[in-house]
Design a protein around this ligand. Structure first.
Ligand SMILES: Nc1ncnc2c1ncn2[C@@H]1O[C@H](COP(=O)(O)OP(=O)(O)OP(=O)(O)O)[C@@H](O)[C@H]1O
Length: 250
């Protein structure tokens, strides 16, 4: 891996098993086995031979239709999921801001979650304590610091997760659709924060359906479809390609 690269991904593939019939209760499982039925499932290729690199200090976008493998890719980069094959090399500390719930515990309060996430990210209690007020202020959740996360609305949980992730001194920030959740004012605040982090020379990977934002923030991006890289390079060109395949319905 070159020293000017933050992330290098080579030939990454990931399959999921999709069960044919869903057995929920123990009774259904036992009846299934007594009937001699095997667990039948089909394999679904969520990522198929994906390779790319992200340079240090670059803001890199990942775009593509629903189900094309974008979130699966970020989860593998964050170490939340393992790939079946391929190699991921990361140069620096990653702060994942992924879908709701990753890294956060519903039965803990906002305060406990902030300290938990911070310590997972390698900060000491003292360091987290120093940033605690800023996290709550950015998320605008001061009144709810002692409420359990499971009682938060999804928008509140997103605000807390994003506010915490950006305070953990990451070298690489992974952002999955933060700009599509939260209300208008919070989205604007997040965009400004991402821009500020970008100016500090950090590496950012953004997954988003908001093509305008991707064009505004990302120098380069990658288009995924059915788990494969259809195109990658200068953002304008890749977005054009995406619009072309969307219009053609292909
Ligand atoms: N844990 C899982 N088990 C089975 N299938 C999964 C699992 N996670 C994801 N998938 C499937 O893998 C495919 C890719 O999902 P992924 O969430 O990565 O897509 P995406 O590009 O982020 O989609 P979207 O734009 O809708 O968020 C989807 O078809 C999804 O149903």
């Amino acid at each position: 891996m070159n020293s000017d690269e933050a992330i290098a991904v080579e030939h990454l593939s990931k399959e999921f098993r999709i069960p044919h019939d869903r057995k929920v209760t123990m009774y259904e499982h036992i009846v299934g086995i007594l009937k001699g039925g095997k667990y039948s499932y089909e394999l679904f290729q969520a990522l198929d031979d994906v390779s790319f690199t992200v340079r240090r200090g670059e803001t890199f976008g990942v775009i593509g239709p629903n189900g094309s493998g974008k979130s699966t890719l970020l989860k593998i980069l964050a170490g939340v999921l393992y790939p079946d094959s391929g190699r991921v090399q990361v140069n620096g500390k990653i702060a994942p801001f992924l879908e709701l719930g990753v890294g956060f515990q519903p039965d803990l309060t906002a305060k406990e979650n902030i300290f938990l996430y911070g310590s997972i990210m390698g900060l000491t209690r003292k360091e987290i304590g120093k940033r605690y007020d800023e996290i709550l202020d950015f998320a605008e959740l001061r009144r709810f610091e002692n409420m359990k996360l499971k009682n938060f609305s999804s928008g509140m949980a997103v605000r807390l997760a994003f506010a915490t992730a950006i305070q953990t001194d990451p070298d690489i920030l992974l952002v999955d659709e933060v700009l599509a959740v939260g209300d208008e004012a919070f989205q604007r605040k997040c965009s400004e924060k991402i821009e500020e982090i970008r100016r500090q020379g950090k590496t950012i990977i953004i997954v988003s359906h908001a093509l305008g934002t991707v064009q505004e923030l990302c120098e380069r991006c990658m288009l995924l479809k059915n788990g494969r890289v259809l195109s990658s390079g200068e953002t304008g060109k890749v977005v054009e390609e995406y619009l072309r395949i969307s219009a053609a319905g292909s």
